[in-house]
Ligand binder design. Sequence first.
Ligand SMILES: Nc1nc2c(ncn2[C@@H]2O[C@H](COP(=O)(O)OP(=O)(O)OP(=O)(O)O)[C@@H](O)[C@H]2O)c(=O)[nH]1
Ligand SMILES: [Mg+2]
Ligand SMILES: [Zn+2]
Length: 220
Amino acid sequence: MVNIPVLKEVTEANTILADYLRSRFTHVLVLNVIASPGAGKTSLLERTITQLNGTLKIAVIEGDPTTSIDAERIAAVGMPVVQINTQGGCHLEARQIQRAVEQLDVADADVLIIENVGNLLCPTEWDLGEDIKVVVASLPEGDDKPLKYPGAFLKAQAAVINKIDLEPYIAAKAATMRENALKINPGLAIFEVSCTTGEGIDVWLDWVRQKLAEKRAAEG
Ligand SMILES: Nc1nc2c(ncn2[C@@H]2O[C@H](COP(=O)(O)OP(=O)(O)OP(=O)(O)O)[C@@H](O)[C@H]2O)c(=O)[nH]1
Ligand SMILES: [Mg+2]
Ligand SMILES: [Zn+2]
């Protein structure tokens, strides 16, 4: 029980720092991408970067327990990227984002995408100063995931249902996953995509453009 107030203090300090970061992220749309390991976060980033390239400037922060494999994938498509290794830690925290943005030219970017550590539970509880949490859930994980991990779906504004190219081969159905996600959060914007074939990515990108435009309009 002794640990509970300590953890609360840590998350409160995190929230204060996240609010400060958010106040500094003017003119740039910040997305915090949350998903279980292997759902397709990096694949979605690669697609997003490649297809927005030339129209919007993107910067990326990669969170991973140990390697820089994902950061190398992002660098390979020509984007500025900073890797955070959490040394086994299961989520990113605002203090890590603060350090990462010191190494990125965020003021010059239109969209900053943060790939959180692969984990559908605690990343949801740690504010990184983002504008929007995006949850990625892939169909082969099972269409009941929104019901089993409601927190991520409750706090997200958008849910990307990935790997729909596999639907003919598995029992899970995109329509059921969509229904389950909406049961948890009726306000979710839901995108059914395949990062492998590119299906559905255009609709997702239109939404990102729209959210950036809305943020800039609100800033005046
Ligand atoms: N069939 C299919 N495979 C996909 C799709 N998107 C990603 N994958 C595959 O799924 C695996 C994991 O994709 P990643 O993008 O690395 O997933 P991630 O969520 O970034 O994984 P971690 O960073 O390890 O948590 C890779 O083998 C991808 O090629 C898709 O739309 N369809
Ligand atoms: Mg990844
Ligand atoms: Zn954690």
